[in-house]
Design a protein around this ligand. Structure first.
Ligand code: COA
Length: 298
């Protein structure tokens, strides 16, 4: 779909996106780039980074790929520094890196729980923390109201009530929302940095949906959804454009729900045994190729 925003709304801006090489993260990279920003993508997979950067270059978007794991502070430092060395500054940080899998709480190991918390919540904090000195555009308390950088944290709606077999992600995303509000308060006040979140609902063609609502249970799941359909990556990227541009200049500390109202209802009663098998089957597949669930696994 065509963007309703003008093509130059982010002209001259530099954006760093974790998890920006695939799924929702890549669509945000693409749309920020199409609207004028130079793009640095951080991710763990070299092949994914390479093809994402090539796709952006083919559209004339200045872009670099930087290997790194958001759980490691030294990676965050290196990636932020490399962005500055390459593009000279940093204006927008998008935290889109996330980990997920379906698993009943009683079958989830503490390390499985910790892994998702570390990627989603700790990783988000680490990246914000390391990016801060470049997102500040003036001295503490001296920045004018529109002069600071922008942070956008990708969250979820899972934790608004409770979601089956998502205790780890629900806890992790609740922490992300809380980080968004705390940083908006502290860094918004001190440095005019705007910190907002986006909470996507189920989005077509993403690893998240392949894992959480694979083909075999998708039609059943949509029966329970208020919108009766999944969203598109484009929907999330447009929300990111709004928040990253001056259109959102008076929005701070907010997590924008982009899910067609689906959070108002929740799919229930997915069969636990099928979920267990499904989750393991998906994780066994190579992560570089699109995921799908063989019917034989159900
Ligand atoms: N069900 C239950 N536990 C699982 C699991 C599953 N499907 N997948 C992993 N785990 C557990 C592991 O058993 C391990 O715990 P243990 O040491 O007690 O056995 C722990 O989680 C860490 O697993 P590991 O594979 O070492 O972690 P990783 O860092 O390589 O991978 C994941 C992290 C598991 C979150 C992986 O799915 C990932 O990196 N995903 C990123 C992409 C993604 O999920 N995108 C979707 C965003 S919505």
């Amino acid at each position: 779909m065509e963007s309703p925003f003008k093509g130059d709304i982010l002209k001259g801006k530099v954006a760093l996106l974790t998890g920006g090489g695939s799924g929702i993260g890549f669509e945000i990279s693409l749309q920020l780039g199409k609207h004028g920003a130079a793009i640095a993508i951080m991710g763990r997979r070299k092949t994914v980074l390479r093809s994402a950067v090539a796709a952006l270059h083919s559209l004339g978007i200045p872009a670099i790929g930087l290997e790194g794991d958001v759980r490691k502070r030294e990676d965050a430092v290196r990636v932020v520094e490399s962005t500055i060395n390459h593009f000279g500054k940093l204006d927008i940080l998008v935290n889109a890196a996330a980990g997920n899998f379906l698993v009943p709480a009683e079958d989830l190991s503490p390390n499985g729980f910790r892994t998702v918390i570390e990627i989603d919540s700790v990783g988000t904090f680490i990246m914000c923390h390391e990016a801060l000195k470049y997102l500040k555009k003036g001295e503490r308390g001296q920045a004018s109201s529109s002069s600071g950088g922008i942070i956008i944290n990708i969250s979820a709606t899972l934790h608004y009530t409770a979601t089956w077999y998502q205790i780890h992600v629900s806890a992790a995303k609740a922490a992300v929302d809380s980080i968004t509000r705390s940083l908006a308060l502290e860094w918004g006040t001190d440095y005019a940095i705007r910190v907002n979140g986006i909470a996507p609902g189920p989005i077509e063609d993403t690893a998240g949906v392949s894992k959480l609502a694979p083909e075999e249970i998708r039609s059943k799941a949509t029966d329970y959804m208020a919108a009766h359909k999944f969203g598109e990556k484009w929907d999330i990227a447009m929300a990111a454009l709004y928040l990253a541009s001056d259109a959102g200049k008076y929005v701070n500390g907010n997590t924008l729900i982009v899910d067609g109202g689906n959070w108002l209802s929740n799919p229930r009663d997915l069969p636990k045994e099928a979920v267990n098998q499904l989750s393991r089957a998906v994780e066994r597949k190579p992560r570089d190729s699109p995921v799908g669930i063989p019917k034989s696994r159900l």
